[in-house]
Write a protein that binds this ligand. Structure first.
Ligand code: BGC
Length: 693
């Protein structure tokens, strides 16, 4: 069967509407199991209508895909195959670090490679399109989904969404940028909560990640659960038409609702009933409805009632068919192969990329008296849940199996170990015989992710008590911190000698952690998200505005400050230590410039230690006087380099007009002439952008 073009006139209106509905595989084959929530519980479709739907959410492997596609095509009059979409977020069988950790690597090339490997496995698994990257900008670590994001910086979001989508695209796996838009701003960090922000913030900061993914060929855009300007994103014409299609220029991108979000517009108090929701959705530019079926049930009568034009439906169906064509499913509706999957899953090449990315994603935040790296001669106490737990894959890794991981215990071979985090269980006499304590603790792998928001993001009481107890033994403590978010560490930070944030590093987590602790590898990650001192500081992010009364520490109490805590976070965005020492100096070609003579900043980096290692140079810009208040600084470019001992390198950054531009109140993006600052490695260059005469 080879068909690429469809004459829409050959489809009935119900068949057309069916193309716009996505349901789960178990509706086609009843004994398949899956999680069912929301409107999936009662799809309100007849058996016949089920076989009119056009796409599938989630699949259990190549055999299941084949069975579902076969069952479908055996009953389909029009013979348009189903397209299979699923969440491959940070790997399919071989799992890579969680996206928040990936962003800390500051290595988009490696992230692209990981996505490429993930794509190979996903395609073999039977998946045609992945619901990744999640391009939401985040500012609140209470929100459980920060783990799926690339952090708090719009430029990093752009770069990593782009790299991820490119990796998928290079293997022919279609991708989806989500969640459009501003879901990362869920009020108070509570999932699915209200979002309220200005159009200028949206356009300057919150669409950048999506832009990156779409620039790299993402074909699908998933709407967000939240409202924007009081209208749910899923039926928000401003977002789906004005911003996505007109402002960003992605007219061909297909828009899909998030799970059940079309019918959730009833709970938002904006749709009267399913009919109303379906009319609002399709007219706003929502092409596919996920996990509910109102398009199939209601659009045919909506066309009769002239609430929706047949043109609108035809355009949407056309876009879906093009998506299917792009996925290659007309040529190969059964793509996927167990044999291929078995060959790829946990293959040497995939594990190597996973390991390399894990090594570069861990962030060393404290290293008192260079306690790290550890010498192999030291006697170690290894304490905490992650001493032997292999659950280091993180959320959204259900195709992977934690049992494939190695435990830290089996690599470190400690003198003394316990998984218990209760200090009463610790055998003090044994610990006292050791030279160093490695604590492998933090959040459980189910404490972050969707619907896993928390108000208290400190370590558990038991973990704090454990640290306080161990501190009294006067043996150095190395804290290896597992988490899906920044953790508030203020109450214990002075009690530990070293701190390495390892998030969830995936299949090769223990190997990477071991090699970093023992200096076989050198840490090089830098935080992509701020670690606050206290929950009370949230939202906290480095690229905030200055305010009219910034805190200047000059004794004036009437400034923007807290009575009980400094404004500064515990660990700022961009922080991360290395075992190497670098000397960095920078020069600039010219301080005054026009559009034609933008300056180049040359950064000289020298490794002045005897340890080879990576350094990442971050280049920030501050717009000193602009039409609107601008952030205190914004990351505009970065470069990660590797230097041998004594090696020296010059990194040139050519400043671009885009680095100085922002979206103005007239919704146009350009740079204001006048004063700017370029901030690089503790150096500040005051520069002046002159208007052309
Ligand atoms: C999530 C999406 C995900 C979808 C399908 C939703 O609950 O918000 O990110 O892609 O489910 O699994």
């Amino acid at each position: 069967m080879k068909k690429t073009k469809f004459n829409l006139d050959n489809l009935t209106i119900k068949e057309k509407a069916g193309q716009l509905v996505q349901i789960a595989p178990f509706f086609f084959i009843k004994d398949l199991k899956n999680e069912v929530y929301g409107s999936f519980v009662d799809l309100k479709l007849t058996e016949e209508e089920i076989f009119l739907t056009g796409s599938v959410l989630g699949i259990g492997g190549p055999e299941e895909k084949k069975a579902v596609q076969k069952a479908y095509l055996s009953r389909s009059r029009h013979q348009i195959p189903l397209i299979f979409m699923a969440d491959v977020i940070h790997g399919c069988k071989t799992i890579y670090p969680v996206p928040l950790a990936q962003a800390c690597s500051f290595n988009p090339n490696l992230v692209k490679k990981a996505a490429k490997m993930a794509a190979r496995e996903a395609l073999a698994y039977g998946i045609d399109l992945t619901f990744s990257p999640m391009s939401d900008l985040v500012r609140d670590p209470r929100w459980g989904r920060v783990v799926e994001s690339f952090g708090e910086d719009p430029y990093l979001n752009y770069v990593f969404s782009k790299a991820t989508a490119k990796g998928y695209d290079s293997e022919g796996l279609l991708s989806c940028t989500k969640h459009f838009a501003a879901y990362g701003l869920s009020e108070a960090g509570r999932d699915y909560n209200t979002v309220d922000l200005s159009r200028l913030s949206l356009l300057n900061y919150f669409i950048n990640g999506h832009q990156g993914a779409l620039d790299s060929g993402s074909s699908l855009v998933m709407t967000a659960f939240n409202t924007f300007e009081y209208i749910p994103a899923t039926i928000n014409k401003y977002l789906l038409q004005d911003v996505l299609k007109d402002y960003m220029g992605y007219k061909d991108a297909v828009v899909i609702a998030d799970y059940d979000s079309l019918l959730q517009t009833k709970a938002h108090g904006v749709s009267k009933n399913d009919y109303d929701a379906s009319v609002k959705g399709i007219n706003a530019g929502l092409e596919i409805e996920m996990a509910s079926s109102s398009y199939l049930r209601c659009l045919p009568s909506a066309v009769d009632n002239k609430d929706v034009s047949i043109n609108t439906i035809d355009n949407a169906v056309n876009k879906v068919l093009k998506l299917k064509e792009k996925a290659g499913i007309f040529n190969n509706p059964y793509r996927g192969s167990r044999e291929e999957l078995d060959k790829l899953a946990l293959s040497k090449e995939h594990k190597e990329i996973s390991y390399n990315l894990a090594v570069e994603s861990a962030v060393l935040l404290k290293n008192k008296q260079n306690i790290l790296p550890l010498s192999k001669d030291l006697k170690v106490s290894l304490i905490g849940n992650y001493a032997s737990s292999k659950r280091m894959l993180g959320p959204w890794s259900w195709h992977g199996n934690p049992e494939d991981n190695t435990s830290l215990k089996s690599l470190i071979k400690p003198f003394y170990t316990t998984d218990s985090e209760n200090y009463l269980d610790v055998d003090t006499n044994e610990v006292k015989k050791t030279d160093v304590i490695i604590l492998a603790i933090g959040e459980h792998d189910r404490e972050s992710g969707e619907a896993h928001s928390k108000t208290d993001i400190r370590l558990s009481r038991e973990q704090v008590d454990l640290i306080k107890y161990l501190k009294q033994l006067e043996i150095p403590i190395v804290l290896t911190l597992f988490s899906g978010r920044p953790i508030v560490l203020s109450e214990i930070i002075d009690d530990v000698d070293a701190l390495m944030s390892v998030f969830f590093l995936g299949t090769m987590a223990s190997e990477a952690i071991y090699d970093l602790l023992y200096g076989i590898k050198n840490p090089s990650g830098k935080l992509a998200m701020t670690f606050p001192r206290s929950v009370g500081q949230i939202p906290i992010y480095y690229n905030h505005l200055n305010t009219g009364r910034p805190f200047l520490d000059d004794g004036n109490p009437y400034t923007s400050l807290y009575l009980d805590m400094p404004n500064t976070p515990l660990y700022d965005f961009g922080i991360g230590l290395s075992y190497s020492k670098f000397e960095i100096d920078a020069t600039i070609s010219n301080l005054e410039f026009t559009k034609e003579t933008l300056p180049t900043i040359s950064v000289n980096v020298k490794n002045i230690s005897d340890v080879p290692g990576h350094e990442t140079i971050l280049l920030y810009v501050k717009d000193v006087v602009a039409e609107i208040s601008r952030p205190v600084k914004e990351l505009k470019q970065f470069e990660k380099i590797y230097l041998q001992p004594d090696e020296e390198m010059i990194v040139d950054f050519k400043l671009g007009l885009d680095d100085l531009s922002y979206v103005h109140p007239n919704y146009q993006k350009y740079a204001d002439p006048g004063e700017f600052e370029v901030i690089v490695a503790n150096k500040v260059f005051k520069i002046n952008f002159k208007e052309d005469k």
